[in-house]
Write a protein that binds this ligand. Structure first.
Ligand SMILES: [Fe+2]
Length: 359
């Protein structure tokens, strides 16, 4: 939650708001500070700001600039590092921290044919969004999840997961996770799996079959599944696209879908919350802002966005951020355009800190 301040110096945070020399209570304040006390009266505006102020400006990464790095990474990264061959988009506003926008990272993972990313699990929440259909699979808690174009695969906290590319070509997919949040909270646990555990890979769809039918559930299973995160791990892109075509536009002019936990109707994970968005050609959405942070992946089409003071044109597989409490509006250029949006919105919801506005 404090990630947006990571690495950013807040001038005067531990100093008095008014220069000590002219304050009648300067000696008292100095004495308090020397004794590990802070007065509230001279710094309450910094302790209770009037409104959020993101430390990062919006940022845009073009796929055409990024793509050459996928080829280099596939050739140059040593084989022992193959399981972590991911390239993370970083905003320098975070002072060198590996952070894309507040609380979140967005990345692309590169897997050569035959590569396996060794199983592991962690308390951070993560997702994969397949940008291509090239024979890659993610195995989550003993379920083989396909990665066809537009598929979302969840790897919820402490679920064992690994990836394999069984196709003929190098593949790339989009990842997002909330390591910056979990590390700021100092609540990161990581367990490596065994490199030689062949049984891990020898699974089929397994219990993922139980969650294929929207509106149909196995009696007695939904209650247990509702506790922590979605029991459904795989959300096929074909279903998302069909639903986006079927639903009417929302108040802002775009069509929105939320990926949900089928047992609760809420977010897929307590601290990672995913959306799909379809923009109509030529019509800018009404500007919105939220206390939550967002990373947007352009799934299809082209267009432009104005986020805060920045306007940028985007194309397929570009990535851009919408830092919290920053106005954002989007326009598709030719035909419709689809965005995949990963956020920390559910966490703000749980904490009673979600505030959203539309112009
Ligand atoms: Fe992982």
């Amino acid at each position: 939650m404090l990630a947006h301040n990571q690495g950013i110096v807040i001038p005067g945070y531990t100093m008095s708001a008014v220069p000590d020399a002219i304050r009648p209570d300067a000696a008292l304040i100095a004495a308090l500070e020397r004794s590990n006390y802070h007065p509230l009266w001279d710094r309450y505006k910094r302790i209770t700001p009037m409104a959020p102020a993101a430390g990062d400006a919006p940022m845009h990464w073009r796929w055409r600039d990024f793509e050459p790095f996928t080829a280099r990474a596939s050739r140059e990264v040593p084989i022992e590092d193959v399981e972590r061959r991911a390239i993370i988009m970083v905003n320098p506003a975070f002072g060198g921290a590996t952070t894309t926008t507040g609380n979140l990272i967005g990345a692309f993972t590169i897997l050569n044919p035959g590569d396996r990313a060794v199983p592991h699990r962690h308390t951070a929440s993560a997702i994969r969004f397949a940008t291509r259909a090239e024979g890659a699979f993610t195995i989550v808690n003993g379920r083989r999840c396909e990665m066809n174009e537009g598929d979302l695969v969840l790897t919820p906290p402490m679920c064992w997961h690994g990836h394999i590319n069984q196709g003929e070509a190098r593949t790339v997919w989009f990842d997002a996770a909330n390591m910056p949040l979990v590390c700021d909270l100092d609540a990161s646990f990581f367990e490596p799996g065994s490199r030689g555990a062949e049984a891990f890979w020898e699974v089929d769809e397994g219990d993922e079959r139980l969650w294929k039918g929207a509106g149909l559930a196995v009696p007695g299973q939904t209650g247990a599944a509702s506790a922590a995160h979605s029991a459904k791990y795989h959300y096929p892109g074909a279903v998302t696209r069909a639903l986006l075509a079927a639903i009417p536009p929302g108040d802002d002019g775009a069509r929105h879908l939320r990926y949900t936990n089928p047992a609760t109707g809420g977010a897929v994970m307590p601290s990672l919350d995913c959306y799909a968005m379809r923009l109509a050609r030529g019509a800018a959405t009404r500007a919105r802002r939220s206390t939550a942070n967002a990373i947007c992946l352009v799934v299809s089409g082209s267009g432009s966005s104005t986020v805060g003071g920045a306007t940028f044109g985007w194309e397929k597989h570009d990535v851009f951020t919408i830092p919290h409490w920053t106005w954002a509006t989007h326009t598709a250029a030719e035909g419709h355009a689809d965005l995949f949006v990963v956020t920390d919105r559910a966490m703000y919801e749980h904490l009673g800190l979600l505030r959203e506005e539309m112009q």
